[in-house]
Design a protein around this ligand. Structure first.
Ligand code: ZN
Length: 93
C-alpha cells in the first residue's frame, strides 16, 4: 500500500461529520393523516388515491377490529373538523 498523506483525529472527525443519516420525510395519508410511503397503499386505513383498496379489518380479531374502527372514525372526524376550521378562517380573512 502507498503511504497516504498524514491525517489527524480532527481530519477524521470532520470527514465523519457528514456520515449521519437524515430522517426520511414521508407524506401523510389523505384519509387518516398517518405517515405513509409514497405511491403505496396506506397501511393504516388501506386507501390509495382516496379509494379503499385493502380491507384492513379483515385479519384482526374481534376486539382489535372494534378498536381500529373507533380509531379510524375518530381520525376522520378530526380531519373534517380541521377543514371546517380552515374554511372559517378563510372567510374571516
Ligand atoms: Zn390512511
Amino acid at each position: 500500500m502507498t503511504v497516504r498523506m498524514r491525517h489527524t483525529k480532527s481530519h477524521t472527525g470532520r470527514r465523519r461529520s457528514h456520515h449521519s443519516l437524515k430522517k426520511a420525510v414521508l407524506p401523510l395519508c389523505a384519509k387518516c393523516g398517518e405517515k405513509k410511503f409514497p405511491h403505496r397503499v396506506c397501511k393504516n386505513c388501506g386507501t390509495y388515491k382516496k379509494k379503499s383498496i385493502l380491507d384492513v379489518l379483515k385479519k384482526l380479531t374481534k376486539k382489535e377490529r372494534k378498536k381500529k374502527e373507533k380509531d379510524l372514525a375518530e381520525k376522520e372526524k378530526e380531519q373534517t373538523k380541521g377543514k371546517e376550521l380552515s374554511a372559517e378562517e378563510l372567510s374571516k380573512k
